[in-house]
Ligand binder design. Structure first.
Ligand SMILES: Nc1ncnc2c1ncn2[C@@H]1O[C@H](COP(=O)(O)OP(=O)(O)O)[C@@H](O)[C@H]1O
Ligand SMILES: [Mg+2]
Length: 222
């Protein structure tokens, strides 16, 4: 199953979320590959740093793709041998072609937004792209980089639902452990007391996504 993480803004946590979801499933013994469709190659560099710090095999493998054609070819090939493909995308205005292909290949499109009314506007743009590429693909909005004290998170989740988007119950909070994990390779290599709040959120979100993918498979089979 292919999970595309996209939104046309930078700095909302797409790469962090993609890497964490892929690493979570990898640790669950699923066959996972992360496609890095961003020319900045943040995921690929993250994996290289992790390998230098933690050794081989701790993170899932990362497959860079330069454009939409490469993404479509990679998905077709890799979906036969992998249970989960996670696609980390660039901000779409810089690479429409890659984002369109990543959406078109997806079984689920995950849309991370910060809890800000300004980020809500970007949902309309991605909705148009999703409707143009593949009308039926389910989407899931995830509030990312939330701060515990913000009532804005609740308000934004409510607004997302009013716009007609399903919003994940799990909120990804802003935590220093995410920045440390990007440096050292993996959230799961941090001391338990430091990592648990963040890894707990990733596990809960992965469970929500697994349930949506399973429901999608069932309705396809019916
Ligand atoms: N949940 C989080 N808590 C704290 N920092 C985060 C979190 N998610 C992302 N970051 C940090 O925010 C910055 C942007 O995240 P990144 O995943 O690169 O976003 P994008 O891929 O959307 O540009 C990075 O410095 C990253 O370490
Ligand atoms: Mg990124």
């Amino acid at each position: 199953m292919i999970v595309t993480v996209t939104i046309q803004k930078g700095g909302v946590g797409k790469t962090t979320l993609s890497m964490n979801l892929a690493t979570y499933w990898h640790r669950q013994q699923k066959r996972v590959v992360l496609i890095d469709a961003d020319p900045q190659r943040s995921s690929e560099r993250w994996a290289a740093r992790a390998e230098a710090c933690l050794g081989k095999g701790v993170l899932p493998s990362v497959h860079p793709c330069a454009d939409g054609t490469e993404i479509e070819e990679a998905c077709e090939r890799l979906r036969k041998s992998h249970e989960r493909i996670v696609i980390d995308t660039p901000p779409s205005l810089t690479a429409q072609n890659s984002v369109a292909s990543a959406i078109q290949c997806a079984d689920l499109v995950v849309l991370p937004i910060r809890p800000s009314i300004l980020d809500l506007d970007s949902l309309g743009d991605v909705r148009r792209l999703i409707e143009a590429e593949s009308k039926d693909t389910p989407v899931l909005v995830v509030v990312s980089l939330a701060r515990a004290s913000w009532s804005a998170t609740r308000e934004v989740r409510h607004s997302v639902e009013k716009l007609g988007y399903p919003c994940a119950k799990t909120v990804i909070h802003e935590r220093a452990s995410h920045a440390r994990a990007a440096l050292t390779g993996s959230l799961w290599s941090l001391p338990p007391a430091t990592r648990r709040p963040a890894t707990g959120e990733v596990a809960a979100l992965a469970a929500e996504i697994d349930a949506l993918l399973a429901a999608g498979r069932q309705s396809e089979a019916a």
